[in-house]
Design a protein around this ligand. Structure first.
Ligand code: IPE
Ligand code: IPE
Ligand code: MG
Length: 238
């Protein structure tokens, strides 16, 4: 039985897909455009990918938009990315809310410009009762930073060493309440994790494509889900 537009039984659709949206810069350079034009094109594509996620029946989508390491880029690019985040919220929030998308943020919000923090918090509040798709935006996110933050919270709360379990640690992550990603997609072909969800990805499946993020379309997303549906997830067993 299939009630997804894809030829996949519904129970084989990943509940949580995470995406490393990489290759915007190379997409732009290959067209003789400035890198920021690639980031703009990347956000256009994001809109399509969000729609496709709803259509395919994915429940949780996590997108890596800005890493703790991305602060090391030239200031104009960092500024441009900050501006794009605000612009996306301004232009897309109404529509996303109408479509039932719940926005969440993972990463260190408190280290962003106060105006950005306010916008993000407003967007989270506005969409908090939506349940069609949970969209986690990883912005100023780093996997190691998340683990450090979790350890600090655990210690501040005086949790005893013998009470620290796998489940407890998960509750101290930014992703609390969100199931671990079933599938992680990385565009633009790099074979690395780049500090993304290093705790949560313990048993995620990976799909890496050479396609640059702005060109990663609905059709290829569908192919990634079909590929995932044919995987045998053994979790160390036989
Ligand atoms: C991904 O595209 C977006 C961000 C990291 C913000 P890149 O900007 O990393 O593009 P490439 O990897 O340089 O092509
Ligand atoms: C990962 O891409 C971060 C985001 C997509 C936001 P990068 O382009 O920053 O990763 P590296 O530098 O190639 O590892
Ligand atoms: Mg990159």
């Amino acid at each position: 039985m299939s009630n997804s537009p894809l030829n996949i039984p519904i129970e084989k659709i990943p509940r949580h897909v995470a995406m490393i949206m990489d290759g915007n810069g190379r997409w732009a350079i290959s067209r003789g455009l400035p890198r920021l034009a690639g980031h703009k094109a990347g956000t256009e594509n994001l809109r399509r990918v969000i729609r496709a996620s709803v259509e395919f029946g994915v429940k949780y989508l996590t997108i890596y938009a800005f890493s703790t390491e991305n602060w090391g880029r030239p200031p104009e690019e960092v500024q441009g990315l900050m501006y794009i985040l605000q612009d996306v919220i301004d232009k897309e929030l109404g529509e996303l809310n109408k479509e039932g998308v719940q926005l969440r943020h993972i990463g260190r919000l408190e280290r962003l410009d106060p105006r950005i923090q306010q916008k993000v918090l407003k967007a989270i509040d506005l969409t908090k009762n939506n349940d069609k798709l949970i969209l986690n935006v990883a912005f100023n996110y780093g996997g190691r930073d998340e683990i450090v933050c979790a350890i600090q919270k655990l210690m501040n709360e005086g949790i005893r060493a013998e009470d620290v379990t796998d489940e407890l640690v998960s509750k101290y992550m930014f992703t609390v309440g969100v199931p671990d990603p079933d599938l992680i997609i990385r565009t633009s072909g790099e074979l690395r994790v780049s500090n993304f969800l290093i705790w949560q990805a313990a048993y995620s499946e990976w799909y890496i494509t050479p396609t640059f993020w702005p060109d990663f379309d609905r059709e290829e997303y569908g192919r990634a889900l079909e590929d995932f549906a044919n995987r045998d997830r053994r979790y160390g067993k036989i």
